[in-house]
Design a protein around this ligand. Structure first.
Ligand SMILES: *[C@@H]1O[C@H](CO)[C@@H](O)[C@H](O)[C@H]1NC(C)=O
Ligand SMILES: *[C@@H]1O[C@H](CO)[C@@H](O)[C@H](O)[C@H]1NC(C)=O
Ligand SMILES: *[C@@H]1O[C@H](CO)[C@@H](O)[C@H](O)[C@H]1NC(C)=O
Ligand SMILES: *[C@@H]1O[C@H](CO)[C@@H](O)[C@H](O)[C@H]1NC(C)=O
Ligand SMILES: *[C@@H]1O[C@H](CO)[C@@H](O)[C@H](O)[C@H]1NC(C)=O
Ligand SMILES: *[C@@H]1O[C@H](CO)[C@@H](O)[C@H](O)[C@H]1NC(C)=O
Ligand SMILES: *[C@@H]1O[C@H](CO)[C@@H](O)[C@H](O)[C@H]1NC(C)=O
Ligand SMILES: CC(=O)N[C@H]1CO[C@H](CO)[C@@H](O)[C@@H]1O
Length: 479
């Protein structure tokens, strides 16, 4: 299939038509490129234009081609290789957007839950919401995204376990993971990873990670494939020890699955300087963590944005965007991508009550499947919208882009990468800043950048995330 598409592209003279990134798999405690076996670390951003309350079910951040083109080009320039999208409509086409991000060398982490009715587990009474309607919805998200090679994984839940949740919630999350993974095994041609995204509530964090990552001998598919942590404990120009990152690193040093920050980027000190990037991708932390995703792409009421989408269809790159780009540019991509058999040979431990140290569920009996779900898994969701890649070419974006001082940056383009390529920081491949009288400081072209090696390497619910961020902040401040 890839060689056929390449031939087709060559015949048509479309040298820049993108084919596909390699799917990622989980091996031990690392994400790994399924073809080259290189390690993959997430250099990501949470993508939630419109905020968490803007979701109606009729559209989502991956249903509007024009904004995806604009954002993928700007993310490519920033050095992003993964986005997380929280709320997804199941009955719209994501083909243009998923294909644009694929062409840009950017993977997608997708929350299956939504804030709409029957769209998530009720943390105060999970047994009232774990039902056929709910499971049909989350399986429909799998159907929508299963055919895109850049679908990195699905979050079965986001911050469902917190101070308000009942004791049974962890078992329900494992049941949802079991059902998703059994659905994928039966209805998808490759093993798409499924995991959980936790709030940074320190006194239950290790118990949560242990509960999700241990192996239940008669329910092996319920295990998390990866563990996301929403962490806001590094504020301003903090340090490895002051931020508590040293504690997190020790907590996850022995984890048996890939762990990463599913949200980070405290905004108590502004502008954000993102010095935590050097810690996260540095020698101390890359054994324990596989990178992270900065909260969040667009500026919303809670003030975490990297870019501002203006009413007149222009974009302003905020100073946080520039600060983050400078930090990303310093990442030693070659080092963090190198495979390590010590990491990939880590095995899960069997679940047992003594893994749980605090006041947390310590039994591993999972709720049985609701009636009708076995049939849904055997036969697939009927009438579901199933996505597929479409062709994408390199192109300049139509939007005017300003830097944070108001200067126009011209020539920003989506750079459709060659087959198997993943976006990496340090390319800053498109756009030149003009001072208004025609003088511009060029920064190189997309085409040349893909051949420098450094720029782009051949590889080698989100229910209430905003609220969640606030909760996590409050917790890390208290602590
Ligand atoms: C898609 O699903 C949403 C949420 O269930 C619903 O509100 C909307 O009417 C549906 N749209 C179409 C075109 O079916
Ligand atoms: C798995 O084993 C546990 C403990 O022996 C038991 O309580 C549970 O019912 C079993 N579950 C299944 C699906 O067989
Ligand atoms: C991790 O494992 C090592 C070696 O088995 C052990 O010495 C260490 O105490 C463990 N750390 C944690 C936090 O459990
Ligand atoms: C678009 O809106 C932004 C923000 O209000 C403003 O800075 C910019 O000058 C406007 N551009 C045009 C072309 O109107
Ligand atoms: C491989 O990973 C282990 C820990 O999992 C670490 O101790 C070791 O230094 C790593 N090796 C290299 C070459 O980075
Ligand atoms: C990226 O390019 C822009 C010009 O488009 C320049 O102003 C900026 O300093 C560059 N950033 C880095 C980190 O090199
Ligand atoms: C205009 O162009 C000249 C070079 O031709 C340059 O020296 C100057 O800084 C530019 N900017 C402004 C605002 O004049
Ligand atoms: C089958 C089922 O649980 N449906 C529920 C969907 O959500 C609505 C509103 O919350 C409930 O009233 C239904 O019972």
């Amino acid at each position: 299939m890839p060689s056929y598409s390449r031939l087709f592209a060559a015949l048509c003279g479309l040298a820049t038509t993108a084919v596909a990134v390699n799917p990622l798999i989980v091996d031990g405690k690392d994400f790994v490129d399924s073809v080259t076996k290189d390690r993959f670390q997430i250099i990501g951003v949470d993508y939630q234009p419109g905020g968490s309350s803007g979701f109606s079910g009729d559209s989502d951040p991956l249903s509007d081609k024009a904004s995806c083109l604009r954002d993928a080009a700007l993310m490519q320039r920033l050095g992003i290789n993964t986005i997380r999208v929280y709320n997804l409509a199941t009955n719209v086409s994501h083909d243009d957007c998923a294909s644009i991000f694929n062409a840009a060398g950017i993977y997608m982490l997708l929350d299956v839950n939504s804030p709409l009715p029957n769209g998530s587990l009720d943390r105060t009474a999970p047994w009232t919401t774990y039902d056929l309607d709910y499971l049909q919805r989350i399986f429909s998200v799998v159907e929508a995204f299963k055919n895109y090679p850049n679908t990195l994984g699905f979050f079965a839940g986001n911050e469902v376990i917190n101070e308000q949740s009942t004791k049974e919630v962890p078992a329900y999350i494992r049941a949802v993971q079991r059902d998703l993974k059994d659905y994928i095994a039966k209805n998808v041609q490759r093993p798409i990873p499924v995991g959980y995204s936790a709030a940074d509530v320190r006194d239950i964090l290790v118990d949560t990670a242990n509960y999700m990552s241990c192996e239940i001998s008669n329910a092996t598919s319920s295990r998390s494939d990866f563990f996301g942590l929403n962490s806001y404990s590094w504020c301003g120009d903090s340090s490895y020890t002051k931020s508590g990152y040293d504690v997190l690193t020790a907590d996850f040093a022995n984890a048996s699955l890939p762990a990463f920050f599913s949200e980070y980027g405290c905004n108590l000190v502004e502008p954000r300087v993102f010095t935590e990037v050097q810690a996260l991708y540095g020698e101390d932390m890359t054994q324990a963590f596989s990178g992270g995703l900065v909260y969040e792409w667009t500026q919303e009421a809670n003030n975490y944005g990297l870019v501002q989408i203006n009413d007149n269809n222009t974009v302003t790159l905020l100073i946080d965007y520039d600060n983050l780009q400078k930090q990303f540019d310093k990442i030693d991509v070659k080092r963090i991508e190198s495979s390590n058999t010590t990491q990939t040979s880590v095995k899960p431990v069997p679940c047992s009550a003594d893994l749980i140290t605090g006041n947390f569920l310590n039994t591993f009996d999972l709720p049985a499947r609701p009636q009708g779900v076995d049939d849904l898994i055997q036969n697939g969701v009927k009438g579901a919208t199933v996505g597929k890649l479409v062709s994408v070419s390199s192109q300049e974006i139509p939007n005017t882009v300003y830097d944070y001082t108001g200067k126009v940056i011209s020539g920003i383009r989506l750079n459709a990468l060659q087959n198997n390529e993943v976006n990496t920081p340090g390319s800053n491949t498109s756009g030149s800043s003009s001072d208004g009288n025609g003088t511009s400081s060029a920064t190189g072209t997309a085409a040349s950048a893909t051949h420098t090696g450094a720029a782009s390497r051949q590889h080698s619910s989100g229910v209430l995330s905003t609220f969640g961020a606030v909760v996590a902040l409050a917790v890390s401040l208290a602590w």
